[in-house]
Ligand binder design. Sequence first.
Ligand SMILES: NC(=O)c1ccc[n+]([C@@H]2O[C@H](COP(=O)([O-])OP(=O)(O)OC[C@H]3O[C@@H](n4cnc5c(N)ncnc54)[C@H](OP(=O)(O)O)[C@@H]3O)[C@@H](O)[C@H]2O)c1
Length: 317
Amino acid sequence: MKNDRFKRILLTGSQGFLAHHIIPALRETFSAELVLVSRKDYDLLEPGASARMLKDIQPDALVHLAAKSGGIIDNKKRPASYFYENLAMNTAVFHAAFEAGISKLLTLMGGCSYPSSARSPIGEDQMWNGYPQIESAGYSVAKKMLLVQSWAYRVQHGFNSVVLIPGNVYGEWDNFNLEQSHVIPAMIRKYVEAQDAGKTTMTAFGTGKPTRDFVYAGDVGKTIPWFLANYESSDPVNISAGRRITIRELAETVKSATGFTGEIVWDTAKPDGQMDKIFDVTRLHQLGLACPTTLEEGLRRTTDWFKLARRQGNVRL
Ligand SMILES: NC(=O)c1ccc[n+]([C@@H]2O[C@H](COP(=O)([O-])OP(=O)(O)OC[C@H]3O[C@@H](n4cnc5c(N)ncnc54)[C@H](OP(=O)(O)O)[C@@H]3O)[C@@H](O)[C@H]2O)c1
């Protein structure tokens, strides 16, 4: 039997990457009506739009996914846009949700909000120990304010909200635009295009030795209904696989998933960046949740989807 805690769940950012993975999981869990809105319906940067949206739709739960998100290149170019748009949108949506008296708000921030000096595995208690990586600080500091909002509105108004911290997410429906994309979609696109162009080598930067923690979006999506139904705290929770993958392993796995038959050449004169960035998922596991999809399986699904979506003109390029 489906969970009947809510009558109407509203989703912002419903055309985005993670929404495509969260919507089926919400449908499977809840009997509630799901109302999906995008920027075309309500531009949440417009003054009064958040309050109007909540008045029109009258949800009792809100899953707020709308955000200005992007990869490192665009973050470096436009830090003010990332800062302003996320801070303005989240402040307005949070306040309007409290004023509308909805019973629960769930939203997401990112692992990039952790201090650049955080020690892996990065636990939730390290969040306030330092400043994040400077290249994306506009975005990640704005997003970090969600934690303060969640706490402040709970203390003063008893408003029930949850902020979760997905790690480096990848999967179908991601953004494959090279300026805006994260490392995995960029790599998949480059290897697929290299194979199409008959290239015999692909250059990868650094030694390939640094390690990262990647999480499949389908796994993240499946955890969200549980948090909406059961988790009543402003203490954040990391949502990641918690597995160490070297950049070399990642490149080899992308190579095999995409079918690139050339050779990967490592340009070791290029810097490696941070050596180790892994999330501590103890809290997630204590709640009985996990992100189990292997990198091989997740990359295979993502690559298959990318190849098909590209042919159909149905992907952000
Ligand atoms: N992707 C990741 O690796 C990752 C990791 C951790 C956390 N997160 C968080 O997860 C959430 C969803 O991320 P995502 O990757 O799914 O992002 P996404 O694909 O960029 O989707 C975000 C959506 O928000 C919408 N939006 C942006 N500005 C808006 C505005 N002013 N009014 C209304 N809608 C607006 C966008 O619509 P338009 O396309 O029309 O602009 C887009 O559909 C975000 O809060 C993000 O910070 C993502």
